[in-house]
Design a protein around this ligand. Structure first.
Ligand code: RIB
Ligand code: CA
Length: 306
């Protein structure tokens, strides 16, 4: 099976970091063509710097990283530094990136990549959907070039920002409304499922045996643990046998009401599918196996060249 060409749009962020390490480890599954970053957990200058730190720590310095939108389409930016730390990878201890940032804006890069790909591309979206919304507003024709959009976002029960809204959607509900009403097919894993993916302390501490990426993860989770929200979005493409899906249509509440940013699902039909259940134990076993691929990697301590 040839590896799936993917672009990962993210706001690293601790769980984004884990999702990136996973995708970059599974070389037989994913051909990561680019990483694009967006303002979300922390401002975009930090998410872009973090994405470069992550791809370099994964031993993949050739994966281009593009910085994207610095704020939501209409709202002012709301970050999540209490969970992810001021720099967005609180406690990771990853070295500063050596590679220079790409000159192109992520939206420009996404348009170019989608135009140039000889086949529809999979996009894994792990943060607010601002970059992808601007691509689809500028070039609606590119919706057909997105072969599959895998999203972490929304919730079917209580949110993590308000009672109704999950962070990625709440930060930019207008972008989510644009993307989820145009892109197809969409696979969505929601907060009500991913909040169940809090890694056991011994399990995440065991990641210290998985090279520099694993050490960074263990240190980040020791500082402030978060559920593996974004890891689920990558894993549902890599290991669909661990996930139950059901078809649905998705609507986003964009009006300025207390339910602002809420995702409303109508099950049974539509171009989207939502994760109904995750084999939690099976997933943790696969994740450990995948991260062990970094075990043989030399570990560089923060601040020293590799
Ligand atoms: O609500 C969880 C989502 O918001 C995750 O993607 C996390 O990284 C933050 O972006
Ligand atoms: Ca994220």
């Amino acid at each position: 099976m040839t590896a799936l060409p993917v672009i990962i749009d993210c706001d690293p962020g601790k769980d984004d970091a884990f999702a990136l390490f996973l995708a970059l480890a599974l070389t037989e599954v994913f051909d990561v063509r680019a990483v694009t970053t967006v303002a979300g957990n922390v401002p975009v200058d930090r998410t872009a710097r973090n994405a470069r730190r992550i791809v370099e720590a994964a031993g993949c310095p050739d994966v281009p990283v593009f910085a994207g939108c610095a704020r939501p389409m209409l709202k002012t930016l709301q970050t999540a530094e209490e969970a992810h730390g001021h720099d967005g990878l609180g406690g990771a201890g990853l070295p500063e990136p050596l590679m220079e940032p790409q000159a192109s804006h992520a939206v420009t890069a996404l348009i170019g990549l989608l135009d140039d790909m000889t086949w529809p591309t999979t996009i894994i979206a792990l943060g607010p959907l601002t970059n992808i919304a601007l691509v689809l507003i500028a070039r609606p024709d590119l919706a057909a070039r997105i072969g599959h959009l895998a999203v972490m976002g929304g919730t079917r029960d209580r949110g993590n920002v308000t009672d109704f809204a999950e962070f990625n959607i709440h930060v930019d509900p207008h972008a989510a409304d644009v993307v989820l009403s145009v892109a197809a097919p969409v696979s969505l894993v929601t907060l009500d499922r991913t909040r169940l993916l809090r890694p056991p302390e011994a399990w995440i501490e065991g990641m210290r045996e998985c090279g520099q990426p694993g050490m960074a993860l263990a240190s980040m989770w020791r500082e402030f643990p978060v559920p593996l929200h974004d890891v689920a979005a990558t894993s549902m493409l890599a290991w669909p046998d661990l996930f139950d899906f059901e078809p649905c249509t998705i609507r986003v509440e964009t009006r300025d009401t207390p339910q602002h940013g809420r995702t409303i699902f109508t099950r049974g039909s539509g171009s989207a599918r939502i994760v109904a259940a995750i084999d939690r134990e099976g997933l943790f076993g696969r994740l450990r196996q995948a991260m062990e691929r970094y075990a043989t990697q030399a570990v560089t301590v923060a601040g020293t060249p590799g």
